[in-house]
Design a protein around this ligand. Structure first.
Ligand code: ADP
Ligand code: MG
Ligand code: MG
Length: 877
């Protein structure tokens, strides 16, 4: 293959082959912008070098051809004794990896060509400065010498001279530094600095190839999920010089503000400097606007080029440029990174300018960015330092009193206090406390730990895995580094966006975007306008419906304001917790039919009023109620605690406690998640599901009588066989007929067997809803609550999966089961309605997958509803 492309041969769409930098240098060249001549060695050459341990055959010949063409064009020869051509050798991968890999400037200088450069430029100081930079960069990058020795030598030279900036060093000082640097090279490598210009070039190219596998590049790629096998391209570019005096300089700029997205002139400039100096911070940069007075002509030209680039790329661009004695040169451009806020503003503004249409505007923003805009935030807090830092598990800002258990959390929250639940890790037992708390802080577990997953689902701020904290739940306190002790009741602040933990109160402000969704936002704000327009267009474009998972009238109301078109999952479990737990215990203890009926009779009116409130909040929209589905053990007292209690009480133990203990022993399960739950519970405890169906039917009937429009759907959990469903359906249908209420009966698809027999199951179900939490757990055969600490991080490291399958649907496995169920279910019943109600319903990637396989709707937590609306549109476009 062809390994080398002149800039004039490439274009911006060749990023795979030429890397981002090379493709964009080519694009600018072809746009007629002032780019120094140069060429790009392909990523393919890099991949071959890395796998074969040597550059591929023919590469150096191709490089030589392009170099010669460049020399001819410029009338200069690389590293010649008179008027030498110098080049930079620059890395540039497909995805930008800022500062991760290497670049060497001024290649071609040696003891002879340095004189030629000085003569041509009429500037001795410049030439020796450029030479010492080459040895320094080459030494570090190519020869692997630690940068400190060079830095120290420069500091020493400045000290000796009594100056504070490199501007105070003369030609003689730099000449001296070159000698010192050469000594360092010899000392560190045992060899002389390579004087042959072509050898310098080849060594630099190989070093850039190698930098693909530098440890920090590997870490960065893992973090940013950039594939490890892409390799980098290498750009060889004729040098232009920003260090030729005060009429020269170098800078970076954005075509608009990457923080806010607003138009204007944003950038930094440094006079008499080269490349790295701007970012290295060796001198203070000046604002780009000041260039207007320093060099008005170049400034005007730069602004015009920035407009050209933005119009051409139809997006925000960032650029690197250099001015050599009043002549402007473009050295890099790319579509620039931006904040979430800027993304929304830029997308709508470009649409207003007619550069993109609204479909493209919707593509230009993401659900993750919208989610970021929805989290409450800490106001500026310069005066406070974090006491520790954990993982940023669920964004937002939360302030409250530290509490160490659910009961205390509920108690204080009940009194109107804000609390932060602090635990070593959380379990389903902590759910009530998590609901009551403003935020959750744990010292163990990663981003897929129970605390993190549940908090994200609830849109609740969470910092997890803050390992420096010693959490003592018994003593109700934690200790942070430096001996900081936080006792129960002390106020702490946690930032789920950064993972920072503060002692004391940092003030929090509400997100204006949430106020907008709530209907109380300021429509005059241009950010809100941008969000509004994009969401409106997204709703027009999406095919996929969006519902919410909501168990209370409050959540249902919020979900509706956020745009939910119904409830896809109304869980009934929590309706049995708290004070009602005793009634559930009675149900489990019941020996006779009468006892059981009495317990059910006590529960029914409570359930009815639960449903009435939800139907009211979702009037006119579907509400899918899932019949009870908890692992039974969650309702029963802890077996150890109860055993101890009964043993200690001895003869005095109450009859109820003894019976309870017997029941707990009888019902104890080794694998509760695979045990007596879901439809199995309904089939084993007579009357339980019937009671729930009656409560639903009666609540709906009441609502209708009152003039409302309730649309109940009844959903059976954990079905694996059509026979299970038939049993429950027949009983439920009878009750519905009795009450004269119409409600569709359907099933969760969350057991692999259900997906595989979906054609049969659809005979008894009017709708399916994928419970992808359980479906993932059962498909992989690992327990969501136990995998985190055990092996997930290792699996991520090994690349078994790139992202936890609990975060984003595993398309290959779980997704395949879903596709099968969709196809076979619809084959049986063409009008089968199909949705998803697992955690994944609010995950951007998974929402797009659901669109692809033709689901009717996704259902997610109220807070994620706008995210799902947006991603549903992005999937459809
Ligand atoms: P990075 O990817 O880290 O930004 P670059 O390859 O862009 O690395 O180079 C680093 C710096 O060197 C940039 O500021 C760039 O402007 C400057 N530079 C690179 N090539 C040249 C050149 N041919 N002439 C002048 N400056 C250059
Ligand atoms: Mg750069
Ligand atoms: Mg389930």
């Amino acid at each position: 293959p062809k390994f080398v492309y002149a800039f004039s041969e490439g274009n911006k769409d060749l990023k795979d082959l030429l890397g981002g930098k090379g493709a964009n240098l080519a694009e600018m060249t072809n746009l007629g912008l002032p780019v120094p001549p140069g060429f790009t060695i392909t990523t393919e050459a890099c991949r071959r070098f890395l796998s074969g341990g040597a550059v591929p055959g023919g590469l150096w010949e191709e490089v030589e051809d392009h170099l010669r063409a460049m020399e001819e064009k410029m009338g200069k020869r690389l590293g010649a004794a008179r008027d030498p051509l110098l080049v930079s050798v620059r890395s540039g991968a497909k995805f930008s990896m800022p500062g991760m890999m290497e670049t060497v400037l001024n290649v071609g200088l040696n003891d002879r060509s340095v004189h030629g450069l000085a003569e041509e430029a009429g500037d001795e100081r410049f030439a020796w400065d450029s030479y010492r930079r080459l040895i320094q960069m080459f030494g570090r990058t190519v020869l692997g010498i630690g940068g400190d020795r060079f830095e120290e030598a420069i500091e020493e030279a400045k000290r000796h001279k009594g100056v504070s900036s490199d501007l105070g060093l003369t030609a003689a000082d730099f000449h001296h530094l070159v000698e010192v640097f050469k000594g360092i090279v010899k000392d560190e490598t045992g060899e002389d600095f390579p004087y042959d210009p072509r050898r310098q070039l080849r060594m630099a190219v190989e070093a850039v190839f190698d930098s693909w596998n530098a440890p920090r590049a590997i870490v960065y790629r893992r973090q940013e999920r950039i594939p490890a096998d892409l390799g980098t391209a290498v750009n060889v570019v004729a040098m232009v010089f920003g260090n030729l005096g005060m009429d020269s300089g170098t800078g970076v700029a954005f075509t608009r503000d990457p923080g806010s997205g607003r138009r204007g002139v944003y950038g930094d400039y440094l006079q008499n400097a080269q490349g790295e100096d701007v970012v290295a911070g060796i001198r203070n940069t000046i604002a780009l606007q000041e260039l207007q007075t320093i060099d008005p002509a170049s400034y005007r030209e730069l602004l015009a080029i920035m407009r050209t680039l933005e119009d051409h790329y139809r997006d925000l661009c960032d650029i690197e440029f250099t001015i050599e004695r009043g002549r402007l040169w473009m050295l890099q451009t790319r579509v620039g990174k931006r904040t979430a806020e800027a993304a929304f503003r830029i997308a709508t503004e470009l649409a207003d300018q007619g550069l993109i249409d609204m479909d493209e505007a919707v593509r230009r923003v993401s659900g993750d960015q919208l989610a970021q805009l929805m989290f409450p935030r800490f106001a500026a807090h310069d005066d406070m330092r974090p006491i520790t830092r954990g993982m940023n598990a669920s964004p937002g800002a939360a302030v409250g009193r530290a509490v160490f258990g659910s009961e205390r959390a509920e108690e204080l929250a009940g009194r109107g206090e804000d609390v932060i639940l602090v635990r070593r890790e959380t379990t389903p037992d902590d759910l009530a406390g998590m609901i009551a708390a403003r935020g959750v802080l744990t010292s163990r577990g990663g981003k897929t730990s129970h605390a993190a997953v549940v908090a994200r689902g609830m849109g609740k701020t969470c910092v997890c895995g803050a390992e420096e904290l010693d959490v003592d739940v018994k003593e109700r306190r934690f200790t942070a580094p430096g001996g900081v002790v936080v006792e129960e009741g002390d106020v702490i602040s946690i930032d789920g966006t950064t993972g920072e933990v503060y002692r004391g109160e940092v003030s929090v402000v509400d997100s204006p975007v949430v106020r907008y969704f709530e209907g109380t936002g300021d429509l005059g704000d241009d950010l809100i306008q941008a969000v509004h327009r994009i969401m409106t267009h997204a709703d027009e474009r999406r095919r996929l419906g969006v519902r919410a998972n909501a168990d209370t009238p409050e959540d249902a109301g919020r979900a509706r304001r956020f745009g939910a078109e119904g409830i896809g999952l109304c869980r009934t479990e929590h309706m049995f917790l708290g004070e009602r737990r005793r009634l559930v215990e009675d149900l489990i203890l019941a020996v006779s039919g009468e006892e059981r009926q009495a317990a059910l009779d006590a529960l029914e009116p409570l359930q009815r009023s639960d449903f009435a409130g939800i139907f009211a909040a979702m009037d006119g929209l579907p509400v899918t109620v899932r019949l009870i589905d908890p692992p039974l053990h969650e309702f029963l007292p802890d077996i150890t605690a109860l055993s101890v209690q009964v043993a200690l009480a001895g003869k005095d133990a109450s009859d109820r406690d003894r019976r309870l203990l017997a029941a707990v022993r009888r019902l104890h399960e080794q694998n509760p998640m695979l045990g007596l739950r879901g439809v199995r519970l309904g089939l084993v405890i007579p009357g339980l599901f019937a009671m729930q169906v009656r409560a639903i039917a009666e609540a709906a009937a009441e609502r209708r009588a009152a003039g409302g429009d309730p649309r109940a759907e009844i959903m059976i959990p954990l079905v694996g066989a059509v026979q299970e469903l038939e049993q429950v359906r027949d009983e439920a249908a009878r009750i519905l007929t009795e009450t004269g209420v119409e409600a569709a009966i359907g099933t969760m698809i969350e057991v692999p067997r259900a997906a595989l027999t979906a054609g049969r199951i659809a005979e008894a179900a009017r709708f399916f809803s994928f419970g992808t939490n359980d479906l993932t757990q059962m498909t992989w055969g690992f327990s969501r609550d136990d995998v985190e600490g055990a092996f997930f991080s290792r699996y991520l490291e090994l690349g078994v999966f790139g992202v936890s399958p609990f975060e984003s649907i595993d398309r290959e496995g779980v997704g395949r089961l879903m596709s099968i169920a969709v196809a076979e279910g619809r084959a049986t019943r063409p009008d089968l309605k199909i949705g998803i109600c697992g955690e994944h319903g609010g995950d951007p990637e998974s929402v797009r997958f659901c669109h692809e396989i033709g689901l009717d709707y996704v259902s997610c937590s109220p807070f994620r509803v706008p995210v799902a609306r947006l991603e549903a549109a992005r999937g459809a476009l």
